[in-house]
Design a binder for this molecule. Structure first.
Ligand code: PSU
Length: 304
């Protein structure tokens, strides 16, 4: 019961020892509107293949945990009516009840670690929300980064979050937050936030070596790679900050809480920017998929 279902493509890569990249699916079920979600999911898988690795989109369909989806399953996921948003707390209940849904960063890390996939690409991780001192809203993604040994490639914590508090908590949890190729912490739609990243690495080889060094030390938990959104697709941090503050305040006043907060804010910011945040989101997740593939390949060649 409850074994993982591998796609043919991902199983072939596993058996051949080819580099695999896990991809999450809450971005498909809750992070983007249809049909952009499906087009993006296909494009992201294509980026991984184009960069010499094999994609494994992770999701739950009818109570089965899938490691890799075929074309029909990906399309079904993108069009699911009322999908669940599955994090660490929900995963087992979904499997036991035959439910379907997208896996968050936290749940995808759990699945990737079980499937022995070392590298995972997403858009932006969850973190400490603005107003957390009142709402106590802190994403389970942070705790998972401290537990599951997976290198997660994102474009930084989502800009809708309280970035200094998110960095503080990641430091407490012992999670390495590594900016790729720059000193500033990227902030999802924005290539740079006003905050310095705690660590910086400049190549896929260096990231792979750090992943292996962590394992050799016997440390649980992963690394968070923050890859700035490609120049030209990003939105300057100062342009977005007031829109984010306003949307976060409205969300709190409207009583939107828990799992609904992030999808709601992503939709609000899309509307407030005439779709620019969606364009940036698509570009950044594609770019993260390319970097994740390069890291997965480097893991096979750098000395451990
Ligand atoms: N990246 C995106 N869009 C998303 C997400 C990531 O570009 O929608 C999802 C991830 O699955 C992440 C989740 O785990 O948002 C965070 O949700 P919350 O803040 O409720 O933990």
């Amino acid at each position: 019961m409850h074994e993982m279902i591998w796609s043919d493509e991902a199983a072939r890569a596993r058996d051949a020892g080819a580099p695999l990249v896990a991809l999450e699916s809450t971005i498909i079920t809750h992070g983007m509107p249809c049909p952009e979600n499906l087009a993006t999911a296909r494009a992201v898988e294509g980026e991984v293949r184009g960069a010499g690795a094999v994609p494994a989109t992770i999701a739950v369909l009818d109570g089965r945990l899938h490691i890799g989806l075929d074309a029909a399953q990906l399309e079904r996921l993108a069009r699911l009516p009322g999908p669940m948003k599955l994090s660490r707390a929900d995963l087992a209940v979904a499997l036991a009840t035959g439910a379907s849904g997208g896996t968050t960063v936290a749940a995808t890390m759990i699945a990737a670690a079980r499937a022995r996939i070392a590298v995972f690409a997403t858009g932006g991780i969850g973190g400490v929300h603005l107003g957390a001192e009142r709402s106590w809203d802190v994403s389970a993604d942070l705790q998972e980064l401290a537990q599951s040994r997976v290198t997660v490639v994102c474009a930084g914590p989502k800009a809708i979050l309280d970035l200094p508090k998110t960095l503080e908590l990641l430091e407490t949890l012992g999670v390495p937050v590594i900016a790729y190729g720059q000193d500033a912490l990227p902030a999802f739609w924005s290539p740079a936030s006003p905050h310095a990243a705690p660590l910086r690495l400049d190549s896929a080889d260096a990231i792979a070596a750090a992943h292996l060094a962590r394992a050799a030390l016997g440390l649980p938990g992963g690394q968070l790679i923050c890859n700035p959104v490609p120049a030209g697709d990003g939105i300057p941090y100062d342009d977005l900050a007031p829109l984010i503050a306003q949307a976060a305040a409205e969300t709190e006043t409207a009583g939107i809480a828990a799992k609904q907060v992030t999808p709601h804010l992503l939709r609000r910011l899309g509307a407030a920017t005439g779709g620019r945040t969606l364009t940036a989101n698509i570009a950044l997740v594609r770019s993260n998929a390319r970097l994740a593939a390069a890291i997965a390949r480097a893991l096979q060649t750098v000395p451990g």
